[in-house]
Write a protein that binds this ligand. Sequence first.
Ligand code: ADP
Ligand code: MG
Length: 691
Amino acid sequence: MTSLEDIQVTALKGVGDALAGRLARLGIHTLQDLLFHLPYRYEDRTRLTPIGSLHVGDVAVVEGEVVSADMVMGRRRSLQVTVRDNSGFLALRFFYFSAAQKKQLSEGTRVRCFGEVRPGRAGMEFYHPEYQVNPPPMPSPDQATLTPIYPLTEGIQQPRLRSLCQQAQRYLSRYPVREWLPDGVLEEYQFPTITDALSMVHAPPAGAPVRALMEGQHPAQQRLVMEELMAHQLSMLKVRAQIQSRQSLALLPQGDLADRFLDQLPFALTGAQNRVVDDIRQDLSQPLPMLRLVQGDVGSGKTVVAALAALQAIAAGAQVALMAPTEILAEQHYVNFRDWLAPLGLTPAWLSGKTKGRARDAVLSAMASGDARLVIGTHALFQDDVAFERLGLVIVDEQHRFGVHQRLALRDKGAAGDYAPHQLIMTATPIPRTLAMSAYADLDTSLIDELPPGRQPIETIAIPDSRREEVVERVRGACQSGRQAYWVCTLIEESEALQCQAAEATADELRERLPELSIGLVHGRLKASEKADLMHRFQAGELDLLVATTVIEVGVDVPNASLIIIENPERLGLAQLHQLRGRVGRGHDASYCVLMYHPPLSQNGKARLQVLRDSQDGFVIAEKDLEIRGPGEVLGTRQTGLMQFRIADFERDRGWIEAVRKKAPALMDDDRRVNALIQRWLGERIRYGDV
Ligand code: ADP
Ligand code: MG
């Protein structure tokens, strides 16, 4: 039987190749795709508002007669159309318009328009409203429906998409859409069928509950939300199943490397570290690839945990790759591991994008022969021409730039290609629980929820940049008493070049004002070796003050640094600020973070800085960040496309996540269902490897 998945959009009236091409850019190929292109909001255009009762900011439908239509010169040429009803005047302003439009809107024409009221030079104005000339009578209140608003792409306007969706809907009665939610679920939540739900959201009938629809709470919407979240969950579980369809090397604990390593550490592991090390030890011992996420706030001590995992794998005869997202971070790991492992007679190898020529050849051949037991580096580790002899474990630090696709790709990097490596992913970006459940459903998680003893809370203060002098004095004081400081410049310039220039200017200024201090500057444009050199000098205490761009954001660890100045903190996300602040408070001294903002701060800006001053807890901060900025920003995974929902809204619908997580495993049994739901909701956005 034909179904809507088999009918191409070109079956619709008015859809030729050109329009079909534009629709394809929205991922719409078939009528089913079109029906799952859902309105993201509604507008209530069911009532006319008298012009005289409009206020700035109102979104309204008005109707009246055109009194004049004039070209207005000014900073930008525009067409200004004045409309009158019996309560007042309103201007419509068009910056882009055709001659035909100008003619159509001539004096005396009746026009109905829809827009948002803005203050303009002619009083209240609508900019580029949707409008209709000589409109039909308004529907009576019991006939009126809400107007769905769809996500658009270039070259397709709202009315066009609306009419296509309406056409597609007429097919619904003849070719129903497959129901993929189990009966039990439909009954439990008293959900409407998929067909009814789609009809409701695309064309709410007269008398449908306006408020519920506007708020996304209508059962038809909630049903679709649940199905969408389920589809995402299933796609993650499928990634996991695909990775775990391979075997991995069972890396049983053996020998005394780990004990010797622990003996030489100047501290004992915390309880939380021990727990996580146990989780990992268990996983690595299995012939099934580990997929584990270790979450631990900044400074919670993830690196030693990673080292212990690496040693277990090495002792069991496997190779280990440790990847960090930036050169600086990777180098720091390299230096750390080199020092830690030297007494054990092990030397890590180094590979980054900047390793070239003979050095690169040498590392590659050591990796391929298995001589290199541990390789540390950046993404360069996983390029196609890089091969391992017996890769047993991959450790990825600061995971937030590492999505499911990469995890899936790693599967094939294992020993001789037959075994998938174990994957250990570490992040200091505390992820709110609900978000983690849906974004990392393919991973098991362990939490390091305890900081090493003796850490002092970081005192955080917000100061306007008009008090820069005082801040400079504070840096002088801290450094003169033997401690070190960071000064972070956070220009959000698009260009790295400008960022670096700004940091350079700041460094020059500070060198002039603080001639007695030795000041270094790190930014993204330095060579890796220059950056590493500066970091070493800072670490060794040769530099008092390190001026930096946000490149020092993750992972950098210098316990003697106890003061950090962050310029323009209002421009950064809370989680990122928390990360930056985590560069201090790593030793035994009391530490300070000065947020030097540029006034005036918005209400929201004030509230955000206050959150930071009130809390040291990355999870609390992440929850707030999620509220303020939404999940895409918090996860930094927009590029993975995973959190781009069609109808679900992470904040509004987080109540579903627990239920979805519980019910998903049962749905995994039916392959056809899983594939159909993923295809329907995620379409082309996810590609799986062959099993
Ligand atoms: P992060 O979790 O942010 O990656 P690191 O692994 O860099 O943290 O550790 C931060 C600092 O804490 C390092 O100087 C590390 O040596 C130290 N550290 C780690 N574990 C402990 C512990 N159990 N006791 C004391 N210090 C520790
Ligand atoms: Mg770290």
